[in-house]
Each structure stands twice: as structure tokens, then as C-alpha cells.
Ligand binder design. Structure first.
Ligand code: ZN
Length: 131
């Protein structure tokens, strides 16, 4: 399950972002996952739960996954269209395109972190296999 490795990377980034912001408690980790990222959201949640214990600052954190639907671009029609299947057929000209413009996202979108007592701003980070 490669989601564990991905989640470990995400949590390392989240920790770094929190520390950069002078925080030591993370309340929420928001991850953006594209429909064609090759990552199963349920597996990510499982990995998060499994790894959470390794990071004291994440002890009470929860994971939020934002799904991104696939979207492809047809050069012929110069238009973008939503795709759910791995074959991207333009609904206008019926031709396949290989240009997936959205759906490969796998980003740490944001975290909510704070110092042990006072609430503080969140940090941002990115990781990606973006097209
Ligand atoms: Zn087209």
C-alpha cells in the first residue's frame, strides 16, 4: 500500500509547516486528492490513522480529504471537459485526448496548527505529481 509512504511524506511536510509557523499542535491536515492520482482516499485515511501515533503533535489531528474530479482538454475544440473514465473522450468531437488538466493532484493543501495554548495561523505546503 503506497499510501502509507505518501502519507508519511505529507505528515512530515505538515510537521515542518507547523514548526515554521511556531506551532506544536496540529488540529487538521487538509489533503487534495485527484480522481486520477492513483491514490485511494480510504487508504490515505487508514494510513493517517496508522501513522498518527508517530507524531505527537498530530495526536488530536484529523484528516480532511478534498477530492478533485478529473478534467481533460481537447486541442481540437479548445475546451475542457470533466472525465470519470481513464479514457478521455471529448464530448463534442468524440476524439480521445491525452491531456488531463485536473485530477492528478496530490497536495498537502493546508494545515491548522497552533501553539499548545494560543490559536495561531496555519501553514501551507505542496507536494505533487501535478500535470
Ligand atoms: Zn473535441
Amino acid at each position: 500500500m503506497h499510501e502509507v509512504g505518501i502519507m508519511r511524506e505529507v505528515l512530515e511536510m505538515a510537521e515542518r509547516a507547523a514548526r515554521d509557523a511556531g506551532c506544536d499542535v496540529i488540529g487538521k491536515v487538509v489533503v487534495r486528492v485527484g480522481a486520477f492520482s492513483g491514490v485511494v482516499p480510504e487508504a490515505l485515511e487508514f494510513a493517517f490513522a496508522a501513522l498518527q501515533g508517530d507524531w505527537p503533535m498530530l495526536a488530536s489531528a484529523h484528516l480532511e480529504i478534498q477530492s478533485v474530479r478529473g478534467s481533460a482538454f481537447c486541442e481540437t475544440c479548445q475546451r475542457e471537459f470533466a472525465v470519470d473514465d481513464p479514457i478521455f473522450l471529448c464530448p463534442t468531437c468524440d476524439q480521445p485526448t491525452a491531456r488531463l488538466v485536473r485530477g492528478r493532484e496530490l497536495d498537502l493543501l493546508s494545515i491548522e496548527a497552533q501553539e499548545s495554548d494560543s490559536p495561531k495561523a496555519a501553514g501551507k505546503g505542496r507536494m505533487g505529481t501535478q500535470a
